[in-house]
Design a binder for this molecule. Structure first.
Ligand code: MSP
Length: 575
């Protein structure tokens, strides 16, 4: 049950019905708040479907340091997990690093260090980055961990015993950068800068090499009907034609999959049990991480598996929507509930690449735009369906317009000593609401308490940008209230005290509710905001955004706390 104070469609539309409503409301609000505070973990919003809600990020390749695109994937998963936590749902958030394969092996060779040393260094960079950006993961897996190697061996043996693995000679194109096979029809020729003709994958633009060797194969093609059925259940979100096309074209051309490499070629990998001449294909190895973190095959894995959300970028959708479910079906395991796909970040309209030298370093960004600023920008501008553009001028604009000029400004205007000398979150006056506020504004005030419902589906579907767009509308409105009622004039007139208090209340309530609902995106910024408003740590769950403050008596007093650091610094754009 969602706790709501009122149904906006049944809102009072005249003065008398508003008064009647206000009386009923006064009686009900004490009860509602009590119920809400007691049942934080009982309401339907907070009822877990299974004991733990499991969200994963892809595990990140350690061939190079993390960039802004990697951070974005992790932020989408982090914000979704935090949203669940705000509902009181126990969560399990897994991330980690993907460390085997030719791509990493070659990067280590180039760096002149043993692969494990190379992996340790880059894996640590991901950990450090996540710490800096407050990515609140529950577990960090590395594919070089012993426990993971054991799980991969277990899965291999299972697939083998069930007859899904056989030996054959594999011939075909392989893109090392993508660690992916490319069919003949998906190979095209391009002319390099040096004037040479090169064969590349049409999908990723990465060079391909011809491979011809004896490998172990997985009977992928026989799973086509089950995979088609599963895909048709709209398991891939958001349901976008482009994402569907990626998966459907893989399904339409489904062949068996080579799941090993000769150890002569790929030395850095997990050996096939009882056959050290072959290493397990890096995608079979990597995808299995989602089971490793659950403790599989230990019995407790049931508390986590199946994963509720695998968050992935569009470039790796086919591995998660075709290969992974096929391995799982073959192993008799249940399938993930949703795959949440997102598009990519470009830089000034161009794909990020080492050769172009336009890779954006998230650590560097943080020093310029702050942790909250970067989190806000990426989640506000990144949409699942279209590539987003990382443009430094735009970052400054978005942060200044929304975090500083909208949220910061509303807060400063009603909490300054000049306007609010007693530093209180005052009580509203029903009379003032009736006589000095428009019907439209009264309605907007009531709608605040249904905002959690409005943004819920956006967070749940990975459309965080829509949640932020919705919250911003209310925050813009809060500033409009300040402009309309001019508290700097009201403060000079003792007779206008109730009017002033009501204006301050309306703006503070908007900031409080939006501050609660924006926590998954900007945890530290929202914490400063809520602390300033005097909202205790124990009253920051979704259920608290659904009831009004000052529940009991007109004498209820909430005192503001001092702000120990500025809410958000105004930024300057430097070329
Ligand atoms: N190791 C594999 C995943 C194995 S999961 C079993 C991999 N790693 S990756 O480091 O290349 O990518 C990790 C995530 O970062 C993917 O979701 C990918 O889509 C995302 N991004 C990489 N570049 C990106 C952008 N430019 N923009 C947004 N996300 C991007 O793939």
């Amino acid at each position: 049950m969602v706790i709501r104070l009122t149904n906006p469609s049944k809102m009072a539309t005249s003065m008398s019905s508003w008064r009647g409503y206000a009386r009923v409301f006064m009686r009900r609000r004490q009860k509602i708040l009590e119920r809400c505070l007691q049942t934080t973990s009982n309401s339907s919003l907070s009822k877990p479907e299974k004991s733990t809600f499991y969200v994963s990020t892809p595990i990140f390749y350690v061939n190079a340091a993390p960039h802004i695109g990697h951070l974005y994937t992790a932020l989408v998963a982090d914000s979704l997990t935090r949203w669940k936590q705000l509902k009181g749902i126990p969560t399990f958030f897994a991330t980690g690093t993907d460390e085997h394969g030719l791509k990493v092996q070659q990067a280590a060779e180039k760096g002149g260090v043993p692969p494990k040393v190379f992996c340790d260094e880059i894996s640590n960079k991901f950990r450090e980055l996540f710490k800096k950006y407050d990515i609140n993961y529950s577990t960090f897996v590395r594919t070089t961990d012993e426990a993971h190697v054991d799980t991969v061996h277990y899965i291999w043996n299972l697939l083998n015993e069930k007859g899904f693995i056989y030996k054959d000679v594999y011939k075909g194109w392989y893109a090392v950068s993508d660690e992916a096979f490319v069919s003949d029809k998906d190979v095209k020729e391009v002319t390099t800068k040096a004037g040479e003709i090169q064969k590349v994958s049409a999908e990723s633009g990465q060079p391909v090499v011809w491979m011809e060797e004896e490998n172990y194969m997985f009977r992928l093609s026989q799973f086509k009907p089950q995979l088609q059925e599963w895909i048709d259940t709209e398991v891939i979100q958001p349901s976008h034609p482009f994402f569907k096309k990626i998966v459907q074209s893989t399904l339409d051309n489904l062949t068996d999959l080579s799941v090993t490499r000769s150890s002569d070629r790929v030395s850095w990998g997990i050996s096939v049990p009882n056959d050290p001449s072959q290493k397990i294909y890096v995608w079979l190895d990597a995808l299995t991480n989602y089971l490793t973190v659950t403790g599989y095959p230990g019995k407790d894995y049931h508390s986590y598996w199946p994963a509720d959300y695998h968050v992935v970028g569009k470039d790796i959708l086919k591995f998660h929507a075709v290969y992974w479910p096929a391995f799982l079906i073959a192993a008799d395991l249940s399938l993930p509930k949703k795959i949440l796909c997102h598009s990519h970040w470009k830089v000034d309209g161009v794909k990020m690449s080492k050769s172009l030298g336009n890779i954006v370093d998230p650590v560097d960004c943080m020093s310029k735009y702050t942790m909250d600023g970067v989190r806000y920008f990426l989640l506000r501008q990144g949409t699942p369906q279209n590539d987003a553009d990382f443009n430094e001028k735009r970052i400054v604009e978005v942060i200044n317009n929304e975090m500083v000029n909208t949220v910061g400004n509303a807060l400063n205007r009603i909490s300054s000593k000049a306007i609010n000398p007693e530093q209180l979150f005052p009580n509203p006056s029903t009379d003032v609401l009736l006589t000095k506020f428009t019907e439209e504004d009264r309605q907007k005030l009531e709608e605040l308490y249904t905002l959690a419902d409005q943004v819920d589906r956006f967070y749940e579907d990975g459309n965080v940008y829509l949640a932020l767009e919705t919250l911003m509308k209310y925050l813009f409105w809060a500033n409009k209230i300040v402009n309309d009622h001019e508290p700097w004039i009201l403060v000079k007139d003792a007779a206008a005290k109730e009017h002033l208090d009501t204006v301050i209340y309306v703006v503070m309530e908007t900031l409080r509710v939006c501050g609660i609902l924006i926590q998954p995106v900007v945890p530290s910024f929202s914490s400063r905001l809520l602390t300033r408003l005097g909202v205790p740590d124990t009253e920051r769950l979704i259920t608290h955004s659904q009831v009004k403050i000052h529940p009991t008596s007109p004498n209820y007093v909430q005192t503001l706390n001092p702000l120990d650091s500025v809410l958000m610094q105004r930024l300057k754009y430097k070329r």
